[in-house]
Write a protein that binds this ligand. Structure first.
Ligand SMILES: NC(=O)c1ccc[n+]([C@@H]2O[C@H](COP(=O)([O-])OP(=O)(O)OC[C@H]3O[C@@H](n4cnc5c(N)ncnc54)[C@H](O)[C@@H]3O)[C@@H](O)[C@H]2O)c1
Length: 297
């Protein structure tokens, strides 16, 4: 018996790229899959591929960024497969621009698809899971961009929000038997092809098959993974890694509370010398020499 037989799953944004890989891997593991994507042709082509290897899938073209869309996506799964066991919120877009040039529209578009889309799809799925007696798996999609990434304040902020939502939903939904995890995937896709470095240039990247994220997803959805919740895993290529969760580090205590004079006396030598690296590649902290306005011209 396949590890996910009898399970009904939704993958949003599954018409191409990483979501397509998830849908194929879930279907190969025996799940019935709703292939959601606003791009109808791409969604249908993934359904055709799954049906081609005798898997079960239907297409859905609602947008995750609208409540009516998220509700319709979950309803499509219930109508076609009788229930929903797995919601993988994967749909995503980028609108990269440096902070001072980014428009409100570019900010809102990214927040709506990623943050609001994850909230709406997970809420609709969790309500359906609760109503049918509980039990289920919610999965979200973050990115290492949430460590900080040049030109992606909208996307990095969205992915950071989704990471925090993952921890919170895991705490809230365990009582209904629903576990909540996220992956930080990698793969060569339409989205990864848009990546431009801080130098404003495109850098050649090795090809990574986007389908290689899928097996870890299957494990997280399987009954064997029922002890895992509130976790984020780096996946894709040859890796599976666990993301260190944010927590307070070295701490200074001052009986009665800190005065500015005590901070001036103690901070630099005790915490100021431990400033944390920023960004995906974690280079040594870059600003010890101070940050000043550019020389006046
Ligand atoms: N490619 C990577 O290396 C990488 C790295 C980290 C995180 N991610 C994340 O993985 C996910 C998938 O990325 P990808 O690289 O496959 O991107 P992609 O652009 O190849 O695919 C994203 C899909 O989402 C669909 N979509 C967009 N808005 C939608 C909406 N409102 N409703 C439904 N579908 C919608 C698109 O039509 C597209 O088919 C995203 O959440 C992305 O942020 C990707």
């Amino acid at each position: 018996m396949s590890v996910l037989s009898e399970k009904a799953a939704v993958v949003t944004g599954a018409g191409r790229g990483i979501g397509k890989g998830h849908a194929i891997q879930l279907a190969k593991a025996g799940a019935s899959v709703v292939v959601n994507d606003v791009d109808a042709d791409m969604a249908q082509s993934v359904v055709d591929e799954i049906v081609g290897f005798a898997g079960k899938a239907i297409a859905n073209t609602d947008s995750v960024a609208e409540k009516s869309g998220a509700d319709a996506i979950v309803a499509a799964c219930q109508d076609s497969f009788g229930k929903i066991d797995i919601m993988m919120a994967n749909a995503g877009i980028v609108r990269d621009r440096t902070f001072l040039k980014m428009s409100e529209e570019e900010f809102d578009a990214v927040i709506n698809v990623h943050v609001k889309g994850t909230f709406l799809c997970h809420q609709a799925a969790a309500l359906a899971m609760k109503e049918s007696g509980g039990g289920g798996v919610l999965l979200s999609t973050v990115s290492a961009a949430h460590f900080g990434n040049f030109g992606q304040v909208n996307y990095a902020g969205a992915k950071g929000a989704i990471a925090s939502m993952t921890y919170t939903l895991a705490l809230e939904l365990a009582r209904y038997g629903i576990r909540v995890n996220a992956i930080s995937p990698s793969g060569t896709t339409r989205m990864s092809d848009t990546y431009i470095g801080p130098d404003g240039k495109k850098h050649p990247m090795p090809f990574i098959d986007p389908e290689l994220n899928g097996p870890m997803l299957v494990y997280l959805c399987s009954d064997e993974g029922n002890y895992i919740s509130g976790q984020i895993f780096g996946t894709g290529g040859e890796r599976i890694s666990i993301l260190n969760q944010p927590s307070y580090g070295h701490t200074l205590l001052m009986p009665g509370g800190w005065s500015i004079e005590e901070i001036q006396k103690n901070f630099k030598s005790n915490l100021g010398n431990r400033l944390q690296p920023i960004g995906i590649t974690k280079p040594p902290y870059p600003f010890y020499e101070g940050i000043r306005p550019p020389e006046s011209k």
